[in-house]
Design a binder for this molecule. Structure first.
Ligand code: ATP
Length: 774
């Protein structure tokens, strides 16, 4: 996302007519796609259409292809499913159907189509485009259209967006809808977990995914399952024995419940189907567990989209319109993808071919090729899963001289995923032969108790200690804002006393500051000449060195749930605007991304501040909006104001000014969700990334085993921050991030990649740009 100018509308020479369509299985986020495409189309000076009921609407034509106005998509970001309908259309599979569809498009003057669907829908789209010239010829030869009439339509412009809950398209890390579906699954497993624990039961959970095991894998990682079955990487030949022995082992270690996640397309290495009932029978009869099956079914498709899907759908919808406007006649049809944190266009044909290749590789039992066909993230998640559930992989143990005592510490406010990261670090350590040492309650905890209660503040963890932390919010080992500089001497003493060979620090800006301090204090304290990694974890997402901190996704989900409820109340009661105060410290990230996710009227960030002129313009804008909305169902409007956007114009003051100035035309209230934003249960994205980055961080620290203090001190990479940077996950040396990338005064990165997204919020709400000028 970092490098794309997503906000500015592009003015084409001619007035293009761009249609948007949803096709295949519905996926949460499809409505946000339609809203973004419709509004970006209109904002770009083009005419917007929606094709109802997928390809069936294109074949049927007439009223199934409708011009869309700005107001038609108001409030759509929060809605699940697809409001313009979707269908599986047999007629479009035949050329005759496609000829009719082409004719219907010409009828409406449509020359570009944005399609959001799965690989089947995109295959259909690609076929349509490749056949297009011959379809035009056929329309002329059959006398349906004249040569003159089809002249402006010689080139069909098609852009694909991947909407699918399975996350089955190669080339993109996430499809629109997959994280919402994962959220539903994890919610269900979390609920089941409680009853499984109570009765010491085993549960086999069947999830969707015929050819793609992403949902099963991610549910396994996020919920700490005991075993998973995915089509791309079937279990070993003796899987029955392997699964039973792992489950038995976990039980012997004291686990009270067992969760096995099974993708619907699961099979063994010979392609014999592995069913939930086969797994249940084994767990019941061989391991002797009281076992139940839960098949989640269509609940996985339902419900409102999570924040990530809304954001992804919105940004990709905007990008799709830009791709349409950029296209030349010879530009291959693109599909809009996301790689880590970067939205990119890739050739649709390649993405489909790669996806089909995974299914073909599975068919010919070439599982290495199937895994290669998935993105790099998929393989890393699988590795992370294996390493966090393995308990007796003797072959993975390192020789004694390579083993370390790894200190694990939480610093700053709690954030979703901190415990999942710690659990992963503990499991990794034990698998490799390291000793995980929890330093309780941050640096002050370490220093305060070192003499009188040594075992309370510093404790070696075993596998069972952390085993059920995967889904827990808060911080199980306690967190504290205190910094090592408050008592370097005792901190150094404790590092020595507890023989800390490496340090894994999880937390926000304070965690980052703590490692910066320890690194600088290496000159005075030999004890700090150890490898250190910060895993950024904060709701504010303001840690330099990364574009994403764990915990921020959980926060966004809590915030959008809150805003959705407020919006509903605002529209139901009477014409009312709300000013909602968000957390985020001096970074407007949370306000901006939540703004994209709920379709806010405006976001007020500390980076931009609040100016009188801005308020004047926004009040004018709100008045126009309410006037335009006369009688419209969804008229609740939200302005998101970051807690530090202005000292003078507080949330309450802003709301009061707006109310006063509305002259009775509408009401304005304020709301402060406060600590609700830390979220209860961490989101699956935060949990999954926490596990993946936790494992990566430990692998990173491990490289320093056996090195001398001097070697460690001389290596700038020995104190690093792990983070997502554009399309990659990277470790960056603290020294560089501290000196070049950190705005120490405002406690945030100097360059915040998401700043351009404020423009997207404005463009899609229709907010005039004039407010920026004082
Ligand atoms: P999901 O991932 O939810 O299955 P999908 O897009 O893959 O979504 P499909 O049912 O495979 O869902 O495809 C949706 C529609 O796309 C089909 O009903 C058909 O109209 C069209 N389509 C699929 N494949 C082709 C093809 N090869 N040629 C023409 N049209 C196609």
């Amino acid at each position: 996302m970092a490098e794309i100018d997503l906000g500015q509308p592009v003015m084409p020479a001619g007035k293009k007519r761009i249609a948007v369509m949803t096709s295949g299985g519905d996926a949460p986020g499809m409505n946000a796609v339609v809203r973004a495409v419709v509004r970006q189309t209109i904002a770009s000076g083009c005419v917007s259409y929606a094709v109802y009921e997928g390809y069936q609407g294109l074949v049927d034509g007439g009223d199934m292809i409708r011009e869309m106005a700005w107001e038609d998509v108001r409030g759509w970001t929060s809605e699940g499913g697809t409001l313009i309908g979707t269908a599986r259309c047999m007629a479009f599979m035949q050329r005759e159907g496609r000829v009719t569809a082409a004719n219907n498009m010409i009828e409406k003057g449509i020359d570009a189509l944005v399609i959001c669907g799965g690989d089947g829908s995109l295959t259909g789209a690609d076929k349509f485009r490749s056949e297009w010239p011959s379809l035009m010829d056929e329309l002329v030869s059959s006398g349906k259209r004249t040569e003159e009439a089809i002249k402006p339509f010689r080139h069909l412009n098609i852009v694909g967006l991947v909407g699918s809950i399975d996350n089955d398209l190669s080339s993109t890390d996430a499809t629109i809808g997959c994280y919402s579906s994962l959220q539903r699954i994890c919610q269900a497993i979390d609920f089941i977990d409680a009853t499984a624990f109570s009765h010491q039961r085993a549960f086999v959970i069947e999830v969707m995914g015929r050819h793609c095991g992403w949902l099963a894998l991610m549910a396994g990682v996020s919920c700490g399952a005991d075993f998973i079955f995915i089509p791309e990487n079937p279990p070993s030949k003796n899987w029955e024995e392997e699964m039973c022995s792992i489950v038995r082992k976990h039980r012997q270690m004291g686990k009270r419940r067992t969760i096995v996640v099974c993708a619907e397309g699961a099979h063994d290495r010979q392609l014999n189907k592995v069913t939930s009932s086969m797994v249940k029978d084994l767990l019941s009869n061989t391991v002797g567990l009281d076992t139940r099956i839960t098949t989640l079914g269509h609940v996985q498709r339902g419900g409102p989209p999570c924040s990530y899907d809304r954001m992804l759908a919105t940004l990709q919808g905007v990008e799709a319109v830009k791709a349409v406007l950029d296209a030349k006649p010879d530009t291959p049809s693109p599909v809009i993808c996301i790689v880590e944190n970067k939205i990119v266009r890739k050739p649709m044909l390649d993405a489909i071919a790669k996806t089909k290749e995974v299914a073909a590789a599975i068919e010919r039992k070439d599982y290495d090729a199937a895994m290669r066909g998935r993105d790099a993230e998929f393989e890393e998640f699988l590795h992370a899963f294996n390493i966090t559930t393995a308990t007796d992989k003797k072959d993975m143990l390192l020789p004694p001289e390579k083993r370390m005592r790894v200190g694990i510490i939480h610093v700053g406010a709690p954030a979703g995923g901190m415990n999942a990261a710690t659990r992963a670090a503990v499991a990794y350590c034990l698998t490799k032969g390291h000793t995980p040492v929890a330093l309780y309650n941050g640096f002050p905890g370490l220093c305060r108790h070192h003499d009188d209660k040594p075992l309370g503040s510093v404790r070696e963890l075993n596998w069972l200690d952390a085993e059920n932390w995967a889904s827990r919010g808060g911080s199980e080992i306690g967190t504290n804002r205190g910094l090592p500089s408050e008592d370097f001497k005792t901190t150094a003493y404790c590092f020595d006393k507890y023989k800390v060979d490496a340090l894994f620090v999880v937390g926000g800006f304070e965690a980052f500051t703590a490692v910066a301090e320890l690194r600088k204090a290496r000159a005075q304290y030999e004890e700090f000449k150890i490898p250190m990694v910060v895993l950024p974890a904060t709701v504010s997402n303001n840690v330099p060195g990364t574009e994403y901190s764990i915990g921020s996704d959980t926060c966004l989900n809590a915030l959008i749930d809150y805003c959705d409820a407020i919006k509903q109340s605002a529209s139901a009661s009477r014409r009312r605007a709300f000013v909602v105060e968000t957390q985020g410290g001096a970074s407007g990230y949370i306000a901006t991304i939540a703004g994209l996710s709920i379709g806010a009227v405006a976001v007020y960030t500390p980076e931009e501040g609040i100016h009188l002129n801005m308020l004047v313009e926004d009040i004018k804008f709100l008045k126009e909006q309410f006037a335009r909305d006369q009688g419209a169902a969804r008229s609740g409007k939200i302005i998101l104001r970051n807690e530090k956007a202005s000292k003078t114009y507080t949330t309450e003051v802003v709301a009061n000014i707006i109310k006063e100035e509305s002259r009775g035309k509408f009401d304005c209230r304020f709301a402060v969700p406060g600590h609700v934003q830390q979220g209860g249960t961490p989101s699956p994205m935060d949990r999954g990334r926490a596990v993946r980055f936790g494992v990566k961080s430990l692998q990173y620290l491990e490289q320093y085993a056996g090195k001398t203090k001097q070697e460690i001190n001389d290596d700038p990479m020995s104190a690093a921050v792990i983070g997502i940077r554009g399309a990659r996950v990277k470790f960056t040396p603290m020294e560089r991030v501290e000196s070049e990338e950190t705005d120490w005064k405002d406690r945030r990165p100097k360059n915040e990649y998401w700043m351009a997204l404020v423009d997207v919020v404005d463009t899609l709400s229709g907010r005039p740009k004039a407010y920026r000028r004082l």
